[in-house]
Design a protein around this ligand. Structure first.
Ligand code: IPD
Length: 261
């Protein structure tokens, strides 16, 4: 199954053209969609439905949220759309397969980075066919990938409190602009800590699964497992110890989930 999904995703990436796409605003200037997002999503929906007849879909662009099936595909046609629209390589296609509410397969393909990440439940994670594992860096040597809550700027100051607190305790910070690419970079052991205030299931479903299969720990704000029915605050780390420390820092600034949707 996963080889077929990778093949579909690779063919879909042919629709991520370098130029000649249209850009439209979704909720103002910060949230955009391109004609390539729509084309990739439509292609994936058709091909994945043929691969697994009777499945449901949760997709970013066409507001599809049909999870009343045993098998559900969770699709972000282009994660990091703003990067894509600017010609930045940090963008990817993200496809997860959920069975009875649990993700069992994830594929993240970043064509311009030349990186295909994949994982099946219980089989470990791979990058371009080679097994990958999270780093074992201690907190003090860790690099923190984080964001400032792009689509809900009222939470930006809270995010910056967390970021500055971690910055003073760890090595450095990064922001790539694609949650799926970012979580895969942790899966590959390049970076170590991760926080984003509010991300959607299609942004993290595949990459969080890959990260977990690579040995990482990733949860929502209360330390519980990620769900796929609404946006979450997401905290991830290379080791259980670093996750506990990072979660404690986040919770000291943000004791409760500050949004409902
Ligand atoms: C966005 C990216 C970005 C993250 C946002 C996401 P999109 O996804 O993953 O890194 O900060 O929360 O919505 O809109 O480019 O698919």
């Amino acid at each position: 199954m996963i080889d077929k999904v990778k093949d579909i995703v690779k063919r879909a990436s042919g629709l991520m053209v370098r130029e000649g796409f249209d850009v439209k605003e979704k909720d103002g200037f910060v949230n955009i969609v391109t004609s390539s997002d729509i084309a990739v999503e439509q292609f994936l929906k058709k091909e994945l439905a043929e691969l697994l007849p009777g499945c449901g879909f949760i997709c970013e662009e066409e507001d599809v949220h049909d999870s009343s099936h045993e098998y559900v595909w969770i699709v972000d046609p282009i994660d990091g759309t703003a990067n894509y629209a600017r010609g930045d390589e940090n963008c990817c296609i993200s496809v997860a397969l959920m069975k009875a509410g649990e993700v069992i397969l994830g594929v993240v393909y970043s064509p311009w980075r030349g990186e295909m990440y994949e994982a099946q439940k219980g089989c470990g994670a791979r990058l371009n066919g080679r097994p990958i594992h999270v780093s074992d860096r201690p907190f003090e040597d860790s690099t923190f990938i984080c964001a400032l809550c792009l689509y809900r700027k009222e939470f930006g100051d809270l995010c910056s409190e967390v970021i500055m607190d971690v910055y003073h305790q760890a090595n450095d910070v990064r922001r790539y602009g694609s949650a799926a690419v970012e979580e895969c970079l942790l899966a590959a052991g390049r970076y170590d800590l991760y926080f984003e205030m509010r991300i959607q299931p299609w942004d993290y479903a595949a990459a969080a699964h890959i990260f977990t299969e690579a040995g990482g720990v990733i949860t929502r704000l209360d330390g519980g497992p990620l769900g796929y029915d609404r946006p979450h605050l997401v905290v991830g780390a290379n080791t259980p110890e670093n996750h506990a420390r990072l979660l404690q820092i986040v919770q000291s600034h943000i004791p409760q989930r500050p949004f409902n949707d």
